[in-house]
Structures are given as structure tokens and as C-alpha cells.
Design a protein. Sequence first.
Lengths: 617, 341
Amino acid sequence: MAAYASHKPKRTGLYSWLTTVDHKKIGILYLLAGGLFFLIGGIEAIFIRLQLMYPDNHLFIGDTFNQLTTMHGTTMIFFAAMPVIFALMNAVVPLQIGARDVAFPFVNALSFWLFFFGGVLLNTSWFLGGAPDAGWTAYAPLSTSNFGGGHGVDFYVLGLQIAGVGTWIGGINFLVTIINMRAPGMTFMRLPLFTWTSFVTSMIILFAFPAITVSLVLLMFDRLFGGVFFNPGGGGNIMIWQHLFWIFGHPEVYILIIPCFGVISEVISAFSKKRLFGYNSMVFATILIGFLSFMVWVHHMFTVGLGPVANSLFGIATMLIAIPTGIKIFNWLFTMWGGQIRFTTANLYAVGFIPTFVIGGMTGVMLAMPPADFQYHDTYFVIAHFHYVIVGGMVLGLFGGLYYWWPKMFGRMLNETLGKINFWTFFIGFHVTFLPQHFLGLMGMQRRIYTYLPGQGFDTLNFVSTIGALLMGVGMIVFLVNVYLTARKPADAPADPWDGRTLEWSIPSPAPEYNFAQLPLVRGLDALWVEKMAGNHELKSAEPLGSIHMPSPSIIPFIMSVGLFIAGFGFMYHTYFVSVIGLGITIVCMFIRSLVEDHGFHIEKEEIEQIQKGVKV
Amino acid sequence: MSPWLKRWLLMPLFMALMTTMTGCGDPYLSALTPKGPVADIELSLIKLSLYIMLGVFLIVMAIFVYVLIKYRKRKGQEGIPVQVEGNHKLEITWTVIPILLIAILSIPSIKTTFDLAQRYDNQGLKIKVIGHQFWWEFQYPDQKVVTAQDLYIPVGKKIQIDLESRDVVHSFWVPALAGKEDTNPGMTNHMWLQADQPGVYKGKCAELCGPSHALMEFKVIALEPAKFDAWMNNMKALQAKKSITTTNTALEPAVATFKSNCMACHAIDGQGGPIAPNLTTVGDREKIAGILSNNRQNIIRWVTNPQDVKPGAKMPAFGGKLNEQQIASLADYLTSLKAGE
């Protein structure tokens, strides 16, 4: 078959974004799409809190409310949090290991478009008869078609299935990248913590996502093809859903938090001007948390009736995760000890993370005790716990990472004054929203209720909680204003605005297309800091300057994802010729990709020299 | 300590104070005011874990606050701090101490898990709880009595509960008496509870089960043993009749309406269908449909259009089928169904 000529294909404007296989641009795409879904999920949250502001309120009731809570959870976890995590992983990991891109750039683009079209498919449900309404956990048999409701859950099944494939191949991509593409001298034990956490996260993705794939296939069969996997009347069993879902679901929440642990390690270290305290322990703790995350799923099922042996074992296993997590907290505190702490916005977020996440961890240990959980389960106590760890932990970490790496991604630094306003309104709003919810749960308020009767002692705390949510909304608006105003500034950020320690700060901001003109030679942990302490302001190169081989852009990932998007609708509406067309598009694309040889292109030495000359270091 | 820091440190204190000032909640609803041994044991575990976790939190916060104040960069401060690799002793300390704390928490946790799973099959009263969308059915298999929404129990006795569901997963929760257990279609779960004081305890459904999950409330009514026996004997007598009758001639048309429109699903006094709430002595119920005050007007409202009160309710609306007078007389009849009459 024909081989492509090796000159750079011309792509401009929107088309260049649709066809990019560059990890840096894919990172920005993930950030934009994830940000958009975060806003949608945030509006859903505000609607929920407005409905619950007063007892017996009639703003959003019944099934509409169930759609809001389901979509809020599903959107936030799968389409806001995970994409922003992938945004940071894409933007940072190849730079931190001294690589020019990820191992499989084409697959990287495919990961993004699959996620994007999965999210779009899910959200079209609002306009096509109603969103899924069985909770983000979609317990059977409520989520099977036998109990009323329209197509809603079909959108959940197909949207998540498509997006899930994207995440899973993304996990493989980052595993191979980190294993295979480290620069010379970058041993595993010299990897920055953000790369280590990306590695462990990718491992978890690899093993956890198949469980949700299976769950969704079984649910799809029950809903669309007359299956009875979850129908006791037909010989099925409703517990299978819960086990399969949570075997995925619990590792999933560690997929969410572990990258943020990495961000905290980077940010606290950089802004204390100290190396990370206890690097070996931190690596070990991360791996242990990743491993244990697969051993605890039944703690979501303590009230299901599995018996005292199962409950006890999983209770202990759950409590054990607190140990490596505690190790991390103390190591962060002692990284700051003896340092020179600068309170940039990024560091405010990282520092704010510590007490907040610890509170979330405390309630986690409390939840791990089965008899206590018999009271907490399915109440606002659980909602408070997971928002403390997800919002107070993960989201604070992600914002810290965004403020920290924004210059490397966009060549501009977010405004610090607006950043501080953003941080404080969001942080205070967060605690006002979720601290009262612990008490609401203990006082008898269950989850997923669209209203509550007056006179039960719930009124004041619900009102306060809603005020907090509105304050969080204000914080987010300030962030958006910051992003907008920053975008209008010229892209003149320095390569190393924070006096950083790791490789990404040794190249210009934003990074040039090829990342490193010459792959660097790494001489120790905190590779850039090692050079700074030796009096060099850059790293030695591990290779001579020469033409750099780059992967070609391609529209195929975009079209493949559109094909699956179309096929999804075909399945949902039982119009199988549409599914055939959709799947056909995807398969034809795969053939084209396999059979049309494309060896990429080269950036020639002269062009590299020009780019490097015009660049501020 | 700088004034700004003092102010910010007060904030969590203020929040905690404000939160606790709202009290512990409704004493017949809150898990914080247990009125029976199961909720008691569960609260004591909650407290133990809370105190230990608060201790950990205080230690973490002490280090945290100290570090942020002592090591913040001062204006004009130059130089590079000592780059400390780590400290073996510290790592061991903050690994071993948490292990010990978790061991301390594990022992009562495991013991209590097994204690609460005990079956006391030959002690106390046997009850079967069946979850429906969106109401609760209660059966007393030994006494052959069926009720709904209000679960009567004797004070001071162990109540053995078998939990089932006729449709989706629900969860049976009376926080002041015990933690919850799910009702799963296709299987039977078991729990026990006990009320140490008489009272009307509020119960909730604690698993998302559809549009009216929020409205699937029930009551556990604990009576002194003598009063409970009287209630039970009356129910047994009424349901043994197996026929709906009334001594009040003015209510006879309503009884006829009931028999032709409602009896397919609802039973009164042992006659009628099993798929809707049993309405024997419904005039005594704490609530109509679990959430409406029990009065004539609300019965009319409910029968006319149940979906207006409870989205997704399975009961058909009778506003079109029956005229206002028929529904009003039904309401009169149902209101009259009290234990004393």
C-alpha cells in the first residue's frame, strides 16, 4: 500500500484540532470538554440544592429530580473529573519523563474522541425523552426496563460503554508510555510523583474498566434484548449488578484521587523549595493504595445481606487503606517542614487539600465499620464523605495542578489575585455545603430524596448547604473569568515560572511541538533541580540535534467515534440498520488505519534550530 | 499569631458550633438519639470511631498549622532550605500507630457485626417486611395478620424481621431503633431490632426505588406489651372476619363502592386483594400514603389523583371513574375504620 511522503501535512484551525495526535493538544481538548461537562454537572448540582433548599419544595420533583442526581453523578465522575485528569496526564507525563509524545498518539486521539462522543450521547438524553434516572450506580432491577421510565438508562449504558473504551485504551497508552519511553537516566525510582501516580492510575484503569464493560453489556442485554441477568423471575440475580458495578466502582474512585495525590506531591514540593519527603515511602504507598483499591468493593454493599463474615473482612480491608493514605499525608506535611512555603494559588489549593481530604478520610474509616455503616449507608453522611474526598480532595488537587501547569500548557499564567478569590470562595463554599450534610445523614435524611417533610430537623442545615453550593458556583465563575482574561494576554510565560524541579520546566512555555529538541540525560530524582544545584541551567542532552520523527495527524479517530455514536443510537432505538451503518463506519476506519501505511513526518534540524532560537528559556 | 490567621482559624469552629446548635434532630428519627439496643450499639461504634479519628485529625492539624506558620516564606528570605530525603523513624511511627488504631477499631467492629447478625429465631415476634413501590407491607405470619405503613411492635421484645421486595431494591430504615437492611427481590434478608420505649418512630426507605423514593415513609409504633396484645387481638379478630361489613347504614353505599372499585387491590378485614396496602383500621394510621396527614380531605385528594401526591404511584386515579360524592363517601368510610369501632 502507499506510504505517505514525510513532510508535515498542513492542518489549520478547527481541522487541526479534530485531527491532532499531539498529546499537548489532546490534553487541551480534554480540558475543554471536561470543563464543559463540569459546568453542566455543576448546574445540575445547583438545581438539586435549590430544590432541597426548603422542605416540600416543588422546583424539580419526582423523576426529574432523579434524572438530575443521576446525571450530576455520572457527568461529574466520568465526563468532568476523568477528562481533566487525562488532560493533566497528557499535558505533563510525556514532558516529565523526557519523551516526545505518548507511546500511541493515534490511540490517544481515539481515547479523547470516544470519551467526547460518549459524553455527548449521554447528554442528548435530556432532549430525547429524559435522562437516566436510576442513580449513577444504576442498581438493577430499577435500571432494567421493567420498572417504568423511558430510554434514559439506555443512554447511560451506551454513553458509558463508548467512553469507557476510550478510558481503557488511554490507560494502556500511558502504561506503555511510562514503561517504554523514559529518557536515558530516568529510572523508575527517579520518576516524579505525578508520573508515578499516573502509572498506578493506569494500572487500575486496566483492571477495573473491564468490570464495568461487562456490567453494561449485561444491563444492555436485559434492557434491549430481553435478557434476564438481573431478573429473579427469570432465574437472574440482582446482586450480580452490585458486585460487578462496585468491583469497577471502587477502584474508579481511586482512579480519581491517585493522580491528585501526584499533583499535591509536585506542588507542595515545588512551593516549599524542598524535595518530596520520603520519596520511596510515597511510591510504595501509592502502589499499595492501588492494589488495595481492588480489595474493598463490598463496603458499598454492607446492608445488602451478605453476612457477617463478608462484611467483617471487607470492613478490615477498607480500614487498611487508611494506612498508606496517612503515610502520604504525613510525608506532605514533612515536605513543608523546614521549607520556604510560597502561597501561590496552586499551593493554596494543595495546602487546602490536606485538612479537607483528611476529614474525608476520617469519615471513610468511620464508614468502614459495618454496624456503623448500617446507619450511615445511603444517607447524606455518605454524600458528605464522598464529596469531601472527591471535591475537597480531587477537585482541589486538579485546580492546584491547573494553576501550576497552566503556563506549560498555554504559555500564560493565570492571574494570582483572581486565583486567590477563586480559591477562597470555592473552599469556604465547599465546607459550608458539605459539613452540615454529615449531620443531616445521622439525623435521618436519606440520599436521593427529592424533598423532605418539614419538622424533622432538616430544614436549617439544608438551607445552609444550599447557600454553600451557591458560593461554590461563584468561585467557579471567578475561575472562568480568570481563564478568559488570561487567554487575552500574550503567551509570554517563561519556561520555568515557579523555579521548578522536574523536566517539564526545562523546555519553553508552551512546549514546542516536539517537546525536547534533544532528549535529555537525567542524572537524578528531580532531574531539573539536580542540574540547578550543580550550577547548570539546563540538562545535558542524551542525543545530538537531528531531524525529529513525528506522528501524522489523522481524522480517523474522530470518524471512528462518530461511527460508534451513531451505532449507539441504533441499538437504543432498536433500528439495527443504523447500528450496522455506525459499526460499519468504525470498522472501515480501522481497516484504513491498518492497511494505509503512514510513516509520519520529520521536523528538520534547521526548523528546530529556528524554533529554539526564538524561544525564551 | 497574625490576626488574619486567628480569624480564619475561628471559621471551622463557627461552622461546627452552628452545625451542632441545630441539635441532634428529631428524637424519634435520629440515629443520634437511639431508643433501642441495636441503634445503641451502632451509635457507640460511631462515637468510638469519631473520637479516635478526631484525635488523629488534631495531631495532623497541629503539625499542619505549625508548619504553615513557621515555614512560610518571609519577605526577602533567600537561600535554599536543607533538602531532607526522609526519616526512617518517622515513617515507621506513622505506619505503626495507624495500624494500632485500626486494630483498636476492628475488634469492636467485628464483634458487633457478628452480634447484630445473630438470629434469635425463638425469641420475640416474627415479622415479614415487604417493600413495594412506594409503600411498605407488614405481615405477622404467626398471627396471620397483614398491615401496611404502620408497623406495630411491643416494647422491650426482640423483633425478628424477614425482609423482601416485590419489585426493586428498597431499604428498611428506622434510625432511632436500628441501622438499615435492604429488601432485595428474589431473596430474603434478616435483621432484628427492639424498641426500649413506647413511641411512634419514623421510618424511611433508604434505597433509590423510583420517582417517589422520597415519599416512601413508614412508622414503627411501639406499644407497651399489654396495649400491643390488645391491638393484635383486635386485628386478628377483624381480619378473621374475611368480609367487609359496616354497622353504620349511612356508610353502606361507600362499602359497595369500595367493593367494586378498590377491593381488587386493597383488603379490609380479611377480604380483598393483596397487591395494595391493607386498609384494616386505616382510620388509625399516622399518615395517608405515608406522608399526608390522615384526614378526610387528604383521602379525597389521594384517591382522586394519587400521582399528584406521589409521582409514579401505581394506584390508578379515580377522579375520572368516580364522582366527587362517591369519593367523599369513601373517605368518610375509610376514616371510620378505627380499632375502637
